[in-house]
Design a protein around this ligand. Structure first.
Ligand code: KIV
Ligand code: ZN
Length: 515
């Protein structure tokens, strides 16, 4: 067995299945570049058969990334596999990941198929995928609730058909560490041709055990872990990449594995994903939370000052925490701006794009003295947000709030080139602004979430706002950033409305369908 632990990141696929976390093609390429800098072995870029937009995103990632293997997900259906093969054509290394459910409940209720039929589909899918690439992964969906004898049968058959990675998903997050690890060990021992494939795991976090289950699997011979940045993913999410990587690196005595990840890129990648999806990272989150390396109590501080190892098992620098760095200011020129952006992995497609971004930077520098890397990232996210499906734009906002008075807002929007003004009262300035916008756009949506985060520190920091709206079962996240949080909130609301109005038809890979 190899001692290399393959890190397979599925932020762009399973991560995107979190309600409201959908990303544009450009955003996916930005995240993929960051994952490449992190030296992730495999990037699952999406589910190409879901929609033309998903196909194009996988294609764009495959075209751009050279160092990591790019993977596309496909149900065990000819047309899904053909779409994946097509989307991955330009990848320097391509993998097709095909799956079909194997638990009794999924086979009976969702697929309405007999077990033998499921095996037939799996074999056919793997063989078809092998026509596009030698790197084929197979997953028995809901393996965590599947019968072990059946898993042995189907896995042996797909290895014979050409699968090179066998991924064991705990789709509903039902497993517990000791039992899950033992299952991986027994599968490796019982399947006669198991040495011809790499065993992988893909754990969901419904019981908060995704990382523990994945690590238990590694102790029992799994040599690929599927995970996401910040643990993003369907429902309670997937195993968090940063936790898996740092556990294996920090406890070399327990995990006999090599990892290729450049851990110093972890924090930057985490911030980028949070910034793009609008999913904040909780302060006490391991590795990437703002408090992960902060010492509050006097005794701890004293110990850390005498010797860091008294209370720290990892160093903040090793995972990419640096003090907020003042990178640019009001007097920085275009070249300094472009150079810093390049260092952050942000490239501009044209001079016009660079000029637009530089103008935004200048506007921000007029309001805020010190500009940090995080401000620059937010600037680019916001530019992407505005470019995409922007039917409505915030032009003006005026709010009045005074003790003893009912807050009111007057908002000016440009709706498909026509300027309109709306006014409303509310319980606060933000509430009044949202009502004023709603009086013009009339989405009748439900506000599911409103959150504000400061991008850097200080009272002149930009506030980054996420607004989540729901209408007819569709959930979207809108983002906005500004040094004024009421304006940031209005921008976020308008961004969410734009997303809600954009037509989007996509299939969920695991919903009941033909398979
Ligand atoms: O959770 C799951 O089972 C999946 C599969 C598609 C691997 O995401
Ligand atoms: Zn999953």
């Amino acid at each position: 067995m190899s001692d290399k632990l393959i890190i397979f990141d599925t932020t762009l696929r399973d991560g995107e299945q979190s309600p409201g976390a959908s990303m544009t093609k450009e955003e996916k390429v930005r995240i993929a570049k960051s994952l490449e800098r992190l030296r992730v072995d495999v990037i699952e870029a999406g589910f190409p058969a879901a929609s033309p937009g998903d196909f194009e995103s996988v294609q764009a990632v495959a075209r751009t990334i050279r160092e990591s293997t790019i993977c596309g997900l496909a149900r065990a259906l000819d047309r899904d596999i053909d779409r994946a093969g097509e989307a991955l054509k330009e990848a320097s290394r391509a993998r097709i990941h095909t799956f079909i459910a194997t638990s009794p409940i999924h086979m009976q209720q969702k697929l309405r198929m007999a077990p033998d039929q499921v095996i037939e589909y799996a074999i056919k899918a793997v063989k078809r995928a092998r026509q596009y690439t030698d790197d084929v992964e197979f997953s028995p969906e809901d393996a965590g609730r599947s019968e072990e004898d059946f898993l042995c049968r189907i896995l042996e058959a797909v290895i014979d058909a050409g699968a090179t990675t066998l991924n064991i998903p705990d789709t509903v997050g039902y497993s517990v560490p000791e039992q899950f690890g033992a299952t991986i060990r027994r599968l490796r021992e019982r399947i006669p041709n198991s040495d011809k494939a790499v065993f992988s795991v893909h754990c969901h976090n419904d019981l908060g055990l995704a990382v523990a289950n994945s690590l238990s699997a590694v102790m029992n011979g799994a040599r690929q872990v599927e995970c996401t940045i910040n643990g993003l993913g369907e429902r309670a999410g997937n195993a968090a990449l940063e936790e898996i990587v740092m556990a294996v690196k920090t406890r070399k005595d327990v995990f006999p594995c090599r990892i290729a990840i450049d851990t110093r890129e972890i924090v930057a990648c985490s911030k980028l994903v949070s910034n793009i999806t609008g999913f904040p990272v909780q302060p006490n989150k391991a590795i990437v939370g703002a408090n992960a390396f902060a010492h509050e109590s006097g005794i701890h501080q004293d110990g850390v000052l005498k010797s860091r190892e008294t209370y720290e098992i990892m160093s903040a620098e090793d995972v990419g925490w640096t003090a907020n760095r003042m990178v640019l200011g009001k007097h920085s020129g275009r070249n300094a701006f472009r150079t810093r952006m390049q260092e952050l992995g942000i490239e501009f497609g044209s001079e016009t794009e660079l000029n637009d971004a530089f103008q935004r930077f200048k506007d921000l520098a007029d309001k805020k003295h010190d500009i940090f890397d995080e401000d620059l990232q937010a600037l680019i996210t916001e530019a992407g947000v505005e470019a995409e499906d922007e039917r409505i734009r915030l032009v003006t906002l005026r709010v009045c709030s005074e003790t003893g008075e009912i807050p009111c807002a007057r908002v000016g929007l440009r709706i498909e080139n026509e300027e309109m003004t709306g006014t409303a009262h509310g319980s606060g300035a933000v509430d009044a602004s949202f009502k004023a916008i709603e009086s013009l756009v009339r989405t009748d949506s439900t506000l599911l979430l409103y959150s504000v985060n400061n991008i850097t520190t200080g009272t002149d920091a930009q506030g980054e706002v996420t607004v989540r709206l729901e209408k007819g079962g569709r959930i979207v996240n809108g983002q906005g950033a500004d040094t004024d949080i009421v304006i940031a909130s209005a921008k976020a609301y308008v961004n969410a409305v734009n997303k809600l109005l954009a037509p989007r038809q996509r299939m969920h890979p695991q919903a009941a369908g033909d398979v």
